[in-house]
Write a protein that binds this ligand. Sequence first.
Ligand SMILES: [Zn+2]
Length: 203
Amino acid sequence: MRFAFVSGNPALDLVGTVGSRDKPVDLLAAPADLEQWVLECDELPDKVTADAATFTSALRLREAIYQLALDRMRDRPYAPASLDIVNAAAAGPVPTVELSDAGLLLSGDLRSALAHLARSAIAVLADRHACLKECGRPGCTRLYLDRSRGARRTWCGMEGCGNRVKAAAYRARRQAAAQGRDPGTATRGPGGVSLPPNGRELP
Ligand SMILES: [Zn+2]
């Protein structure tokens, strides 16, 4: 697997293909990257071909979904241009589904995959109870759907960001503890006075 699917919704996973929104690194640099992403996404057909035009539409759809998700999280009206892009993509034909002994079989072209992604985005954005969040690790701007009890999830994924934050906190605690053990800073108590065992000064 080259791509991460941790957002709880394929449309948000697509948004996450831009590594960090502060210093953008686009993991979908070429049509072949998008084909691989669609292959790895469980909810989409395995084999699609991305031509230049559909690839451009996919990136435009991704940025429109990101914009709408931000609008939703910041509690402001949706950007009309982004609404148009997502709604137009959602109107197209979606992949067909078939049941077989091997499980679910999805088929369709890249346009149908984009239609499915747009519909997934609409479903999550229209759900008033859906709790959309941005990852709490500095530098990670991935969006995710928090389905945890009490919506107490802080990271996009425990394996990636959660563990990195915990490891950094552990290192910081160890460093602080090592500094605290420095003999130059050790004290014996208030005023450095030693009292006898009964706690009173001898007459
Ligand atoms: Zn993260």
